[in-house]
Ligand binder design. Structure first.
Ligand SMILES: Cc1cc2nc3c(=O)[nH]c(=O)nc-3n(C[C@H](O)[C@H](O)[C@H](O)COP(=O)(O)OP(=O)(O)OC[C@H]3O[C@@H](n4cnc5c(N)ncnc54)[C@H](O)[C@@H]3O)c2cc1C
Length: 537
């Protein structure tokens, strides 16, 4: 084939795994047999109709009575050919053959035309731009690195309501985890608020929700076992699968490990019986915020606060467990994560750009008051029955309240609607700084920010356009890269120009806040946002 070259083969390897040549040896290969044969030559082996080799049996604490000998590590065969080795790395190559074909159809969707295929292509593009399927990069010499997608490493391996445990693969999303747990009558007690994140991504970055109860709000606190595919020296066969069971001395290192120790392929989590909770958002002035923030987290299990410093207001989340017989079938589909009309996203962005360009800080404050009133009337996305918001409290099952991500399942409408930050439309574009400050320091930090605010309240209206400063509770952890103290975590989100040379309105004030958080109060940035102490979600 004229178009076939080494790069094409490498692309196929990256997309489908190096085993794809064998897996697609048959004549039904959507890419055509020419590709298969030529790529087989490139790999210096013949296409085989039998499909890829089976991976080795790996120890599973839930199903295997005995751990493997001695170290607890399962070594992938010594001296294996690189391609064989990679076949055991959890990549699309390890998913069932039928699924791999779906990947290929996605890749060829544009060529075949037709609505179904266009939809698949749209799915694929959505997958590519929205952060729900992790991609890991293994750098190599001379461009010989690998990108490993965990998109299809997303099985729910087992759910055990008797022992309140569930084992999932590293690419399973929070949504999949929550859904499968609820089906088995279980719940993850605390979680990040956006359910498009993967288990591997959340663990790698110490992702959390908000709570000071039990072990706290971070997902890694509920990990009881993990399986990691880690690099190894040549003498050990280049890669080994490490099973870290309960009490394993390395578990505290691996639970939060920034993706640098290896690929998280399986995780066993300790869950709870499915329960109900009752949510009320209540708005108060911020005069006593500094004192209240310190105690509020101990008063309500799922407490958080959204602070609107420019308006001098705080939305307190009064959110607690209730008995299952309390009536209510509420759902939280947070407005900020819903499919939004592209026209509205573009209009909002243009308005924000206009206010920034003209230095109209007062206009930005009016705009923030307008948008915050609008989402408050809508209950921030809460509904009492899945359809309508009729008032507080909203009572519902944990799996319907804890996280959301409506836009992930939005309509396939040629981008008439999109997630608000979808880069394919010119909608939201922002910086987000996330810093955890020890709870013991939080009062002083808030008071310092209030002093700055009192000098010029208008300087803070920008963060209000992004739902204010979200303040959440995270407990200290035994994980080496977890929090060292009980903390209050501050999410500060604000306008970002598409031109990196253009400053935002009152940039100096927000930078002062960030510097205070990090330097004066010993704040720790979220591991997902450590680039330059700020990044873009
Ligand atoms: C809309 C949105 C809302 C968010 N809300 C919250 C929130 O409420 N609370 C919170 O704490 N955080 C939140 N975050 C941040 C989020 O938790 C982190 O960015 C998280 O890492 C993203 O998960 P991901 O699956 O997209 O991972 P990616 O961004 O793909 O990966 C993040 C890191 O993890 C590594 N990694 C991913 N999978 C694996 C694996 N299987 N094995 C080893 N390493 C792996 C990657 O290499 C990378 O270093 C939010 C992010 C977004 C975009």
């Amino acid at each position: 084939m004229a178009s076939l070259n080494e790069t094409s083969c490498r692309t196929c390897d990256t997309l489908f795994g190096t085993g794809w040549v064998e897996g697609w040896g048959g004549a039904d290969t959507p890419l055509g047999t020419g590709w298969v044969e030529a790529c087989a030559n490139y790999h210096q082996r013949s296409p085989s109709p039998t499909g890829p080799l089976s991976p080795p049996h790996l120890y599973n604490p839930l199903h295997d009575s005995d751990p493997p000998a001695e170290s607890g590590d399962v070594h992938v065969g010594l001296g294996m050919h690189r391609d064989e080795l990679l076949r055991h790395v959890p990549r699309p190559v390890d998913v069932p053959r039928g699924r791999r074909r779906v990947s290929c159809q996605r890749a060829g969707a544009d060529r075949s035309g037709g609505q179904r295929h266009r939809r698949r292509a749209e799915d694929a593009r959505r997958d590519a731009v929205l952060p729900q399927h992790s991609k890991l990069v293994c750098p190599g010499d001379d461009g010989d690195g690998l990108i490993i997608s965990t998109q299809y490493l997303n099985r729910i391996v087992s759910a055990d309501p008797m022992h309140l445990e569930m084992t999932v693969e590293g690419g399973a999303t929070l949504k999949e985890l929550i859904g499968a747990a609820a089906e088995a009558g279980m719940a993850l007690p605390y979680a990040p608020y956006w359910w498009g994140l993967t288990v591997g991504g959340m663990l790698s970055t110490g992702a959390h929700g908000s709570s000071l109860r039990g072990k706290g709000s971070a997902l890694h606190e509920y990990v009881v076992a993990m399986r990691i595919v880690a690099p190894a020296p040549a003498a050990e066969g280049y890669a080994k699968v490490r099973q870290l069971g309960p009490g394993h001395p390395d578990l505290d290192a691996a639970k939060v490990s920034l993706g640098v120790l290896g690929i998280i392929s399986q995780v066993t989590l300790k869950l709870q019986p499915l329960f109900k909770r009752s949510v009320t958002f209540a708005k108060y002035g911020d005069a006593d915020l500094a004192d209240r923030a310190v105690t509020f987290g101990n008063q309500h299990e799922f407490a958080d606060m959204a602070w609107y410093p420019g308006q001098g207001k705080v939305i307190y989340r009064i959110d607690d467990r209730v008995p299952d017989n309390v009536p209510g079938n509420g759902v939280f589909n947070f407005v900020g994560f819903r499919s939004t009309a592209t026209l509205l996203l573009v209009t909002n962005r243009l308005a924000e750009e206009g206010l920034e360009a003209t230095g109209n800080a007062g206009g930005r404050c009016q705009y923030s008051r307008l948008t915050t009133s609008a989402i408050a009337i809508d209950g921030y996305g809460l509904t009492n029955n899945g359809l309508l918001f009729t008032g507080y409290p909203v009572v519902g099952f944990q799996n319907k309240i804890q996280s959301s991500g409506g836009c992930l399942d939005g309509p396939h409408d040629a981008l008439l609607t999109a997630c608000p930050w979808d880069p394919r439309v010119r909608g939201e574009f922002f910086h987000q700084t996330t810093v955890s400050i020890p709870l013991s320091e939080a009062k002083d930090f808030i008071q310092d920010v209030q002093k700055l605010r009192d000098l010029n309240a208008e300087a803070f209206c920008g963060v209000e356009l992004y739902n204010g400063i979200l303040m959440r509770y995270v407990k200290s952890s035994s994980a080496y890269l977890g929090k060292q103290d009980d903390c209050l975590d501050f999410d500060i989100t604000y306008y970002r120009s598409h031109d990196p040379a253009v400053p935002r309105l009152y940039e100096d004030v927000l930078e002062e806040v960030e510097q205070m958080a990090l330097l004066k109060y010993g704040g720790m940035p979220h591991w997902a946002r450590t680039g330059t102490s700020r990044s873009t979600a």
